[in-house]
Design a protein. Structure first.
Length: 263
């Protein structure tokens, strides 16, 4: 379910003073993820992490999944959640994930558990974009948390250390963009989110709505590589190819955008 602060940041018509009514900068929003019940603990990040992990995430898995659905290997599903969240924004095959799991399972079981986690609004698996439906289904998933607080909670970083590590911070920004996209697709079933990779070319997100296609590349630094977008455009002729970063749409602005407004 879309929480209050996420809703708040997705309504750009509010003036800046109202957007900061909760006392959060855009960077803090990415780190803390917008869970209103936990935000009062932000001055003590360890307490905040414990609250989100135990009171929110564990409770959501127990009540929204395990009490409503038969799960033969709950420990395997929880471990998949931890690993998939740690790899948010990254493409990883189920076979490679299985190599890091001690519980017995197979790729079909993992795919089913990932679907349950997605339906609970926790962790999704984005498919590779292809006009061929069979290739889509057979692709390795790009793991994507629904809320960047999940990524923060399982990390050893603090907000201060993260902001000093530009490469790591880029992962959080990309995951924030992905969370924004996946939550909007979660509400609007006509909106579908993919990634694309072929050889050395990769596009972070491909957004499809009523057969109209937009390619999105996220670059949190001052420069952005456009050749990947160019390769995708040459192959698929999308309606738009957009760079999210300082050379294009600023990520802070994008997090306030209704994705349908891009079309």
């Amino acid at each position: 379910m879309l929480d209050l602060l996420v809703w708040f940041f997705q309504h750009p018509k509010f003036p800046d003073s109202e957007q900061h009514a909760f006392g959060l900068t855009a960077e803090e929003f990415v780190w803390f993820g917008g869970y209103p019940g936990a935000i009062t603990l932000r001055e003590d990040e360890e307490r905040w992490k414990s609250y989100v992990r135990d009171a929110l995430l564990e409770t959501s898995i127990s009540k929204d999944i395990l009490m409503l659905t038969r799960v033969d290997k709950p420990a395997l599903m929880k471990r998949l959640f931890e690993l998939g969240s740690a790899y948010s924004g990254q493409i990883l095959s189920y076979t490679k994930i299985m190599g890091q799991l001690t519980e017995a399972g197979n790729t079909t079981t993992l795919a089913n558990y990932l679907e349950l986690l997605h339906d609970a609004g926790l962790l999704g698996g984005i498919e590779k974009y292809s006009p061929n439906m069979i290739r889509k289904r057979a692709s390795s998933p790009k793991f994507q948390v629904h809320n960047t607080a999940i990524l923060s909670v399982i990390s050893s970083e603090s907000l201060d250390t993260l902001l000093k590590n530009h490469e790591a911070w880029g992962r959080w920004v990309e995951s924030a963009v992905g969370a924004h996209l996946i939550n909007q697709a979660f509400k609007n079933k006509k909106l579908t989110i993919y990634y694309w990779r072929e050889g050395n070319d990769e596009v972070d997100y491909v957004v499809v709505y009523n057969n109209r296609v937009i390619a999105l590349e996220v670059k949190s630094g001052k420069t952005g590589k456009l050749s990947d977008l160019g390769a995708f455009h040459k192959k698929f002729k999308p309606e738009k190819s957009l760079l999210i970063g300082e050379a294009g749409i600023h990520w802070q602005e994008f997090l306030q955008t209704n994705v349908l407004d891009l079309f």
